[in-house]
Design a protein around this ligand. Sequence first.
Ligand code: TRH
Length: 379
Amino acid sequence: MRQRWDIFCTVIDNFGDIGICWRLAKQLVHEHGKIVRLWVDDLVSFSCIAPQVDPAAERQVIQQVEIYSWSMLPKAVEPADVVIEAFACELPEIYVSAMLQMTKQPVWINLEYLSAESWVAQYHGLPSPHPRLSLSKTFFFPGFVANTGGLLREKDLLAQRDEFTRHEEAGFWSTKHLPMRKPGELRISLFSYDAVPIDELIATLSACNQSILLIVPAGRIAEYIQRVSFDLISLQSDTVIVQNQLTIRIIPFMEQADYDRLLWSCDINFVRGEDSFVRAQWAGKPFVWNIYPQTENAHWHKLNAFLDLYTVNMSLSTAQAIRDLWLTWNGGMAWHPSAWLNFLTMRESLMQHSRDWINQLLKQDDLATNLVRFVENKL
Ligand code: TRH
């Protein structure tokens, strides 16, 4: 019998939680033959990254994943063999009671957020007994190193990326109504939270003696650029702003697979949160991470832990360039154009490093494979 998995996802804000759950659900179905129900509390956000999703449908099947609205949780739902509670979202009580009634209790996994901090390997796989009921869940931590849960990576992701780069990139620009590359042009994608020094970045880019196309998918930062940086009153998701040799294109928010293609096509990617951050790594291009801000500045530990790991085999000057720009971009230091210019100077060595980093990551299995293996050992 095919194993059944339930994934529960609440959308806290933004798109990362559902973005990750959606990728995982598809991979479990397509690569591991599981039957997957994905329970989502906010189908509107989901439909932004997957436009096939109907926000009004209680139940729908897309790419063989059964998608359920959380609010429609039927009273007597039968729990699956494996239950994933994504990012500590609390399972509905009715579902937990149903788990308790089962003769063979499901494997219950709490899928955690990604971090490069060293404690992750110690906590990965630890059980957490329910405080009142005879149920136990396991903490599953994604990560960059051995003894963690690994990163999401579809089996054919890198082959698809390479095939795209060889044959499909030009077609992609035209489907997105973006011009073909000019000789010597630098293409940058930008996805970030609001509190970044965007005006300073734009000023620095427009002062560069190089043709630059800055591509910004619609969202709050795109709105800021239009309304505040350039005082454009009517907001449109297809805007062109030109300043010296810098062209800024605000484009519509795209579906998740197209966003990957954008990352593959650009020379430098500004990314944020968790999922775009990981996808930028698989894109194999230099990238700048805007980390999700946390209370009590906990995100700085996370940012530094990743930088420590990522720069370990880099030359001192390249490591310094990446550290300076990332700290500046995240508000840890005042903006200075040299942070950008040094990063740009190191582009070739950053490219090489991106490839070496991928090879290092490939030594580990991907997150879905690790989850499946963990469950096999449990059942
Ligand atoms: O949207 P995010 O800020 O999500 C964040 C993080 O996951 C964070 O860890 C979490 O705590 C917080 O949400 C609540 O950034 P992230 O993780 O990069 O997710 C963005 C998703 O949106 C990703 O799957 C890529 C997708 N995307 C598109 O599908 N189309 C687009 O045009 C763009 C720009 C992104």
